[in-house]
Design a protein around this ligand. Structure first.
Ligand SMILES: [Fe+2]
Length: 237
């Protein structure tokens, strides 16, 4: 708890994109590539058209019986998840964390929609299926119970705006903070951000409502890159 209090000490702030200088570019894809790979931006809000966050939030709460405690070997509190798409609904960790996957490469891993979840979450299924992504890997619903927290950690060592984190809600009092980079600006009633999880980050749901997000790992297709471009232009102008 001391670690958490120390991490969340200080005022809330978020990156002001209007102060950021964009490089010159000939095609919008160049700007998107720069943003994702070279900007060192810690997070980037993305407008996802047609996202019915409220309905997806309700659906996600209906499959709580399938939740797997997340990173149970670590000291987080109230953090659990289930795969919408993955190796199996309860294989929520990265493929190479499983003993029976040792010696394989990710190409050997068979990902697919998890029937146990999508049969009960048709709105979530249709939305994820409509996202302009290919090579979908893990797509997980992540729960953080009221009062729960994810202790400060980072998930990789190199910078990249990835994965896509879709917040179905972000209760008042729940903060997703990145060390030295401010608070990730998820709207209370749902919204999405690309997040660079090489930054040390922590989430503290200091509220009386569960926080539910969907994390999407996959390859972005052209229409998604256009959404990223439109979001950058809106934020930076
Ligand atoms: Fe993380």
């Amino acid at each position: 708890m001391d670690e958490l209090l120390k991490f969340f000490d200080g005022d809330s702030w978020t990156l002001d994109y209007k102060k950021e200088t964009l490089p010159t570019y000939e095609h919008y894809a160049h700007l998107v590539n720069w943003a994702v790979d070279d900007s060192n931006w810690p997070y980037l809000p993305i407008d996802l058209p047609n996202a019915d966050y409220k309905s997806m939030f309700k659906e996600a709460l209906q499959v709580k019986d399938l939740l797997v405690e997340h990173r149970d070997s670590e000291s987080h509190k109230g953090w659990s998840s289930v795969c919408v798409h993955g190796e199996a609904y309860n294989r929520t960790r990265a493929w190479n964390d499983y003993e029976d996957n040792q010696g394989k490469t990710e190409k050997d891993i068979k990902y697919g929609y998890c029937k146990e979840v999508v049969d009960r979450c048709p709105i979530i299924y249709n939305f994820i299926n409509s996202l302009p992504f290919t090579n979908l890997a893990r797509v997980r619903i992540m729960y953080l119970e009221a009062g729960g927290y994810i202790l400060p950690h980072n998930d990789r060592s190199w910078n990249k705006l990835n994965p896509l984190n879709i917040g179905l809600n972000q209760p008042e009092g729940c903060i997703f903070r990145m060390k030295d980079k401010g608070d990730v600006p998820f709207p209370v009633n749902g919204g999405a951000c690309l997040v660079d999880i090489s930054n040390v980050h922590s989430v503290w749901n200091n509220s009386s409502t569960p926080r539910v997000h969907i994390i999407v790992h996959g390859t972005q297709l052209e229409p998604f890159n256009k959404m990223v471009y439109d979001s950058i232009k809106k934020l930076c102008n």
